[in-house]
Design a protein around this ligand. Structure first.
Ligand code: ARG
Length: 569
């Protein structure tokens, strides 16, 4: 039973009876129904001022007239209060509806086939070659991962793209440096750090010896011309970078379906450039080819530099077209920091000017900056926190906490890993994405307060309650859940499916993070104020059902944002 549908039908029927001749159908009534902020005003409310124009009566008169015409077994009462018609659903019926559905669907509760036949592309993480993964990459990686999981959960066909930053003159310099001073063993052992060292040395020595820059340029040209040696070294640099990154992706449980990055579009930009020219959008400016965007209050999008080289924007235009042709996307999301707001506004505008109708599906999912314990990060000043180090430290700290709190726990290492990593991810996804994040250890790893460990701990607690409860075969008496603290849990479980949908509408995984905290808090309140292992077996059964549904919903919510949920902590 769907209460909203039932109530709208009853309301439409009552309107017909009380105001003969009035034409309000159930669907219209459904559109008017609201969920009052406070349970004292019922579960649903019909604000009758929305009807007063059609019915030519004041709202209080309407609500008074309707109240007498509505009754149903699932409704405890219907009240008319100052023009509002408030519906009070029978608590036990409500609990039964919500919980039986959640229990029946189990781990798929909240999922659906909303996305059947629809394609989503998500561009996230999108790291640069020969740079190490630092905490600035946490948001794009985990927001993208969460959106990926949520879309899948709703039945969409999703393609995750790591649009690698693997093109640019710096790679020529890196090869030049490697040829001069590097060797395979050292790079294999040192990974990206070693490549960075070579690059730094190159730039230092090039200040004294400008001939080096020519060497760098020559190697870059060699990559572009497809010189086998240059390509071999460059592709190997990519492998080394990805091997480094994959250790982090493995820890985070993040995967991709495509690694087509900037260099993948080397041979795919010409048609875009031709089309821009054909449509008279290209203008020459000091030898460069640009698309003017003055009319839209933006600086021009540069398509070709004066030396004929293509740019980041050129590649992104080719990439969007390629994704359209390859994936026929409904949505193409770019999870990229707000520093690139202008870039995306520009390329989206250029696509619109090109008449690429499908570009409406492109969206920039932007997010704020990350700093660490009050300090902004800066590569140049050496203030940089590598994500791998941060995760490992977090695991260690979690291990120490477990050692102190539950030294006898089995598989402590595994659990510490889940908690340590989950704490960091939770912290990154806790606030609305556009907010800047300042990472603090004590705030991320606290077992109390609105943290990952707190939610995970609540999940483990519900598992423990269920282990203690053992088997209970009685039929549930859902009126045992009429108390406000139990009802608060039921309401949240009920709200889970729409919360996922809202989170996707807004590309805002933080709604799920917040939801998990709310549910954990509500469950803990219920746990403290109500004896779950009730002597009355039917009451016990209802409370156990609530516990199972809460446990599963917390686990699913955490899973959707990429966080694990240990059964014991
Ligand atoms: N590699 C870029 C950076 O680190 C992000 C790429 C985002 N994706 C895109 N299609 N532009 O800034």
């Amino acid at each position: 039973m769907d209460f909203k549908t039932e109530i709208s039908a009853l309301a439409a029927e009552a309107i017909k009876t009380a105001f003969p001749g009035a034409e309000i159908d159930a669907e219209t009534a459904a559109g008017m129904l609201e969920t009052p902020p406070d349970q004292a005003m019922g579960d649903y409310a019909l604000p009758c001022f929305k009807l007063s124009k059609t019915l030519r009566k004041g709202p209080p008169m309407i609500s008074d007239a309707l109240a007498g015409h509505i009754s149903a077994p699932f409704l405890d009462r219907v009240e008319s209060v100052k023009g509002y018609l408030n519906f009070f659903v029978n608590r036990a019926t409500y609990s039964e509806e919500v919980l039986e559905k959640a229990l029946k669907m189990g781990e798929s509760y909240g999922s659906g086939n909303d996305g059947e036949g629809k394609n989503i592309v998500i561009d996230y993480s999108s790291i640069n070659i020969a740079k190490r993964f630092h905490i600035g990459h946490l948001s794009t990686t985990m927001i993208g991962n969460a959106l990926y999981k949520m879309y899948k959960f709703l039945g969409y066909n999703v393609t995750g793209v790591n649009h690698l930053g693997d093109w640019g003159t710096q790679f020529g310099k890196m090869i030049a440096a490697y040829k001069r001073w590097g060797d395979r063993e050292t790079v294999i052992k040192g990974g990206v750090d070693e490549m960075v060292k070579l690059y730094v040395r190159f730039n230092t020595e090039a200040k004294e010896n400008p001939a080096l820059d020519d060497e760098g340029r020559a190697w870059f040209k060699a990559i572009e011309d497809g010189n086998p040696e240059a390509l071999e070294i460059f592709n190997w640099f990519k492998e080394v970078t990805l091997a480094d990154a994959n250790r982090v992706y493995d820890m985070l449980g993040v995967t991709f379906d495509s690694y087509a990055g900037e260099s993948f579009y080397n041979d795919k930009m010409q048609p875009v450039i031709d089309e821009l020219r054909e449509k008279n959008l290209l203008v020459e400016d000091k030898g460069a080819q640009i698309v003017k965007l003055d009319d839209y209050n933006m600086p021009p999008a540069i398509i070709l530099r004066s030396d004929g080289a293509t740019l980041y924007a050129t590649r992104d235009l080719a990439a969007a077209l390629y994704r359209h042709n390859t994936y026929n996307f409904d949505k193409n999301l770019y999870v990229v920091a707000y520093q690139q707001d202008l870039h995306f506004k520009q390329i989206f505008k250029v696509m619109e000017l090109l008449g690429w109708d499908w570009a409406k599906g492109c969206e920039h999912v932007n997010f704020g900056m990350v700093s660490f314990e009050g300090q902004t990060l800066s590569t140049r000043e050496g203030r940089i926190v590598y994500l791998e180090d941060l995760l490992n430290q977090s695991i260690e700290k979690a291990e120490a906490i477990i050692e102190e709190k539950s030294p006898n726990l089995e598989n402590k290492k595994e659990v510490a890993k889940t908690i340590g990593i989950g704490a960091v991810v939770f912290f990154a996804l806790y606030n609305g994405r556009i907010k800047d994040i300042d990472f603090w250890w004590d705030r991320a790893l606290n077992f109390e307060g609105e943290t990952g460990p707190y939610v995970m701990y609540t999940h483990a607690r519900s598992c423990s309650v269920l282990r203690k409860a053992g088997e209970c075969l009685a039929a549930p008496d859902y009126s045992a859940l009429n108390a406000p603290e139990a009802q608060a849990v039921v309401k949240l479980i009920d709200a889970f499916p729409e919360t996922i949908r809202l989170a996707l509408q807004r590309s805002e995984p933080s709604l799920i993070t917040r939801f998990s905290v709310e549910l954990a808090k509500a469950f803990n309140k219920f746990y403290y104020e109500s004896r779950i292992l009730d002597d009355d077996m039917s009451a016990r059964r209802a409370k156990i059902n609530l516990t199972i549904a809460a446990k599963t919903t917390i686990k699913t919510a955490l899973g959707l944002i990429g966080i694990g949920a240990p059964e014991r902590m």
